[in-house]
Ligand binder design. Structure first.
Ligand code: COA
Length: 147
């Protein structure tokens, strides 16, 4: 069961950046954790917080999907000691809701890590590619969701 004191809310990049770096690009230079569009005005960052500690992060930026207007989900991560406790699910639901409210675009996509594919599928996402390799990160699949 998830503890009741986990707060999931819109965040600013400095609140979630260290966690993104630690969970998703450990040991890599800071630039590896900086994404195009991070500072764009329409970009949405979400975090989960416990007693002020950031334990989960996610970011949605406007990036087309197959030449159609869309949002890209990036930097979805949960601190190691909080994984598999329902936090990622809440953060993903929150960012999807904020994306719905932010525009009329009803498509979101991501490059999902092989080990996270089932997480996304449980939450309504669909595979949209064969496996492909992202250097220094590993095998990924493109995944999409209608909002
Ligand atoms: C993948 C990740 C974001 C999932 O967040 P989480 O908080 O651990 O997941 P939740 O506890 O909210 O899980 C929601 C559901 O997905 C399932 N799930 C979560 N991670 C899973 C995994 N790796 N494989 C299979 N199922 C998974 C859970 O069992 C749960 O299902 P249930 O409701 O039937 O019990 C998180 O584990 C993580 O940050 N992992 C390391 C970094 C990473 O891979 N990020 C994704 C980059 S694309």
């Amino acid at each position: 069961m998830i503890a009741h004191d986990v707060i999931v809310r819109r965040a600013i990049l400095p609140e979630i950046f260290q966690l993104r770096w630690d969970v998703l690009r450990p040991g890599r230079p800071i630039a590896a954790a900086q994404f195009p569009g991070d500072d764009a005005p329409e970009t949405i960052h979400v975090g989960a917080f416990v007693d002020g500690r950031n334990i989960s992060c996610a970011t949605a930026t406007r990036v087309p999907w197959q030449e159609q207007p869309a949002w890209q989900l990036r930097g979805m991560g949960v601190a190691a000691d909080w994984q598999k406790r329902g936090v990622g699910q809440r953060v993903l639901a929150e960012i999807e809701q904020l994306v719905r409210q932010a525009s009329d675009i009803r498509l979101i996509w991501c490059n999902g890590r092989e080990e996270a594919v089932q997480f996304y599928e449980k939450l309504g996402w669909q595979l949209a590619s064969e496996a492909f390799h992202i250097e220094d990160v590993g095998p990924h699949f493109k995944m999409t969701r209608r909002l």
